[in-house]
Design a protein around this ligand. Structure first.
Ligand code: BDP
Length: 732
């Protein structure tokens, strides 16, 4: 758009004759199609700042730049700042070696100016963090970006760009940022055949077939986007791993990606299939205590480090959903994890061992399984093992209470796993800002060491003084031109990174930043879009799984409602196992009279969940089987309350639609249209969820849908008989 405007302006001033008018028309047509706003640039859109006053101020504050450092990381930081300044300001500051440059960037090691301006105390424990400070010297202003490492400098550069993109003042900066969590990692569930498990944004980003010879520029843009929000690791392949990814040809492909990501401070990790020694090593066993198996893994690790010297380590899904693991040999998760950890330790690699496990035998309550298996192993893992725990105990549902393992394994560093891809939240069709979900979990109180022992304190290592810390997001990124499928799904990649860096950030502050960087700095538009985002996840909870319901989606592909699902191979793959609706009521009794999963929480948390008078409504049916006629806090009976939540969910989608309508003309037409159309589909699908669920639960309660509500469009049999083919995210 900008380029087009520039050309148009130039043409107009040079020649106003007919030829120029015709040319203008041609150029208009050409550029309006060639430069449509696809969303490819994510939150890194470096268009000219539209607020002229602000623009002039930045230009006067950023006239000269002294940027020290020659490493590959310094080089990409320089490139980034140059393209950001060119785009945002339309001009680049003059490069200088002068100590009075208006922008000074570097580390105390490579920049004598920074060494003299910044005290060692200010840099203490900065790790990969940075300082951004404004100095005033004899009436002259100077902005300094300093890091202890060049990676820190790169993050500082992105911070300055963020300040400019969100149009903040640069006149009195005193920013000191240190990442709260050490390993901030995306988990790609990408298969070697190019499909993405639970991926709704096209196919895999990784063109395995063309790697290692060809690396697309998109890989660089991926790395830029990650670095801009502080993500510093990426697991390339699906947790349901193929052993082939550990063979030489695939390691060389992974190494080519690692080379692209390295300057941006991003390490590559791989999901390791536990039975690889058998499948690609020709061994008879994968028993973690077998000396041959140990030797095989340590040779394999050596080989990997020969190709990828800064390889991050392994992510492992073992003894879960049919994946092989140490239990196949009568060994524990700790035995399995430690064997890999020993192989990785000489290279400083880590193991991220997942706690998302479930047995061959169907348990009385699947929500209890991870705790049952892992809690006894607390303290038994090597120092370079992180146990990676999903945010809730069942499976990334629209809402789950925090996982009871958080706070229960003080001697083991626990890594958080969030799901950015919207497997259970409407795929990439529904607008769901998950910053609120991340925040809800991180802020939850485990009471492990008294009030205020939040999940965030566990994950940052603060609660139990762990140095090794981590957080993972199951990526929602694919080959779609806008990366994430839904323009708003980008906000989940963004907010994951921002909150991984600083779990203290509020969901609304992050949404605000993202909107400004992605769409507009118009105050009214920001307010409206932010309101949409902040309510969006609750809206989905309302029309899918209100009041603590969970796991009532359709089988296998998980597209749409399926509260009627039974006979799914095993009971804990069905819906009826989780909602337990009957003529009396609905909900999973996890109190002492039921599965007693509640006892896995520390006593104070358990007390709150167990007490019907105290439990927040949002978790009610997660922990209790409640009578249809029981009165809830609102004064409504459970049945009426449930129905009202379903209807509210649909109403709130309609509200988002009208809010979005008001954005016409305030944001670019392309994304305006795309979101409007997606909201229309979401509205239809929300009604589908509502009607199917209300009718199904009514078949137990026998109670009427209040007359004031619109009647479901079809009968229950209609919804039960819907079939879908080629749903994305699974192998069809
Ligand atoms: C479930 C997904 C499944 C994943 C599994 C996991 O449906 O595709 O493999 O999680 O996290 O939610 O391993």
């Amino acid at each position: 758009m900008n380029l087009f405007k520039q050309l148009q302006r130039r043409l107009k001033s040079v020649n106003r004759n007919c030829v120029s008018m015709c040319l203008t028309l041609v150029i208009t047509l050409y550029y309006s199609s060639a430069f449509s706003e696809t969303g490819y640039r994510l939150w890194m859109r470096y268009d000219r700042i539209e607020n002229n006053k602000q623009l002039e101020q930045y230009r006067s504050q950023l006239q000269t730049i002294n940027f020290q450092g020659h490493s590959i990381t310094a080089q990409v930081a320089k490139k980034e700042i140059s393209s950001a300044f060119n785009g945002l300001l339309g001009t680049e500051p003059k490069v200088t070696l002068s100590s009075s440059a208006s922008l000074l960037i570097g580390t105390p090691e490579n920049s004598p100016q920074i060494k003299s301006l910044i005290t060692p105390k200010e840099l203490l424990n900065l790790s990969d963090g940075y300082l951004v400070k404004t100095f005033h010297n004899k009436g002259q202003q100077q902005i300094v970006i300093a890091g202890l490492t060049e990676k820190g400098v790169l993050y500082g550069v992105f911070h300055l760009i963020r300040l400019m993109k969100t149009q903040q003042s640069l006149s009195a900066l005193t920013i000191r940022e240190i990442p709260s969590i050490k390993n901030r990692v995306l988990n790609h569930w990408d298969n070697l055949d190019g499909t993405v498990e639970r991926g709704y944004a096209g196919t895999s980003l990784w063109e395995w077939h063309k790697l290692p010879g060809f690396t697309q520029t998109r890989y660089t843009d991926y790395a830029r986007a990650n670095a801009s929000v502080g993500i510093n690791g990426t697991v390339l392949n699906n947790v349901n791993a193929n052993a082939l990814s550990l063979t030489k040809p695939y390691l060389l492909k992974a190494a080519a990606l690692a080379n692209v990501f390295r300057p941006y401070g991003i390490k590559v990790y791989l999901s390791a299939r536990f039975s690889s020694p058998i499948e690609i090593g020709g061994l008879k066993t994968a028993d973690p205590l077998d000396p041959e198996v140990k030797r095989w893994w340590s040779m394999k690790v050596k080989e990997i480090y020969a190709y990828i010297p800064d390889f991050g380590g392994f992510l492992v899904k073992a003894n879960s959903e049919g994946q092989p693991g140490p239990q196949n040999y009568g060994r524990s998760h700790a035995d399995g994890a430690n064997m890999l950890a020993d192989a990785l330790a000489p290279f400083d690699g880590i193991v991220m061992w997942r706690a998302f496990v479930y047995d061959d035998k169907v348990p009385d309550d699947r929500a209890k399984q991870a705790y049952n298996e892992f809690k006894p192993l607390d303290g038994k893992f090597r120092a370079n093992v992180l146990v990676q725990v999903k945010n809730g105990a069942v499976d990334f549902q629209p809402r789950e209470p925090f996982h009871p393992l958080f706070g229960a394994m003080p001697a083991t560093p626990l890594m958080m796993e969030f799901q950015l891809t919207q497997e259970y939240l409407g795929f990439s069709t529904h607008l769901a800002y998950l910053g609120t979900l991340f925040k809800e979990t991180l802020a939850a109180d485990t009471y492990a060491k008294g009030k205020g022992s939040t999940v965030a304190d566990v994950v940052t290592g603060k609660l139990d003084q762990h140095q090794l810390t981590g957080i993972a997001g199951v990526a929602n990124i694919g080959s779609d031109v806008n990366w994430c499928g839904h323009p708003f799904a980008q906000s989940n990649w963004y907010s994951f990174g921002r909150m991984a860096w600083n779990p203290g950030l509020s969901a609304t502050a992050v949404a605000d930043e993202w909107i400004r960087m992605t769409f507009t700095n118009d105050i009214n538009a920001i307010a409206t879009i932010k309101e949409m985002m902040m309510g969006s996840r609750e809206t989905i909870v309302n029309y899918m799984t209100p009041l603590g319901l969970h796991h009532i989606m359709a089988r296998n592909h998980h597209y749409g409602p399926g509260p009627w699902v039974k006979d799914a191979g095993r009971a804990d793959w069905t819906s009826v196992y989780y909602h337990k609706a009957d003529a009396v009521g609905i909900g999973f009794d996890r109190t002492a009279t039921g599965s007693n999963a509640i006892a896995q929480y520390s006593p104070d948390a358990a007390r709150e969940f167990a007490d019907l008078a105290n439990i927040p409504d949002k978790y009610l049916l997660w922990f209790h089987h409640v009578k249809w006629s029981d009165k809830l806090r609102s004064g409504n009976t459970l049945w009426d309350e449930l129905v009202s939540h379903y209807y509210l969910g649909v109403r709130d989608v309609a509200k988002m639609q009208s809010q979005w309508k008001a954005m016409a003309g305030k944001i670019d037409e392309d994304r305006f249209k795309e979101v409007a159309e997606l909201l229309e589909i979401q509205h239809e699908e929300a009604k589908w969820w509502r009607d199917a669920c209300v009718l199904y639960f009514q078949s137990f309660s026998g109670l009427p849908i209040p007359a004031s509500y619109e009647k479901p469009a079809h009968d229950l049999a209609y919804y039960e008989n819907l079939r879908f083919y080629f749903v994305p995210g699974i192998k069809n």
